[in-house]
Design a protein around this ligand. Structure first.
Ligand SMILES: [Cu+2]
Length: 149
């Protein structure tokens, strides 16, 4: 009887660890240091930044993002137009094979349009990132001060 209970417990433990391995194997794409800048009350938009790492042998691309904090989430870049910095929507952000792409202030970023509430320093929220090949991952985004770089 004790032996049987032990076997069942062992099987459950084994299944649990197998699940973890399978998940880890799918995680070719990870995002680290994800953060967003705090926004002033009433600000209509916000942005998030992070470093996306691709451990796969093939290139991938971020094709969409989703978050509950805003009505819509877009992928953006900054371009200089006659000396003026402008934001522009992009369809995809390439992540090289065995490499990484940085989303940072003044460059590529995830844009939150129609914020439902101000992003408050110290708060964190989940951001879904969907890749062409790797599918969707969810990363926690930490809100930093309004002047954070
Ligand atoms: Cu933008």
């Amino acid at each position: 009887m004790t032996g049987r209970i032990f076997k069942v417990a062992f099987l459950i433990a084994l299944m649990g660890s197998m699940g973890t391995f399978a998940e880890a194997a799918n995680r070719d794409l990870t995002a680290r240091d994800a953060w967003a800048r705090a926004t002033a009350p009433g600000a209509p938009a916000g942005a998030a930044f992070m470093v996306i790492e691709n451990r796969a042998d093939a290139g991938d691309a971020l094709v969409s993002a989703d978050a509950g904090v805003a009505d819509s989430v877009e992928l953006h870049t900054h371009t200089m137009d006659a000396g003026v910095m402008k934001m522009r929507k992009v369809e995809r952000i390439a992540i090289p094979a065995k490499g990484e792409t940085a989303l940072k202030p003044g460059g590529l970023h995830v844009m939150f349009i129609g914020l439902k509430a101000p992003l408050v320093e110290g708060q964190s929220f989940n951001l879904g990132l969907t890749f062409e090949k790797a599918g969707r991952i969810v990363v926690p985004v930490t809100v930093r001060s309004i002047g954070a770089r």
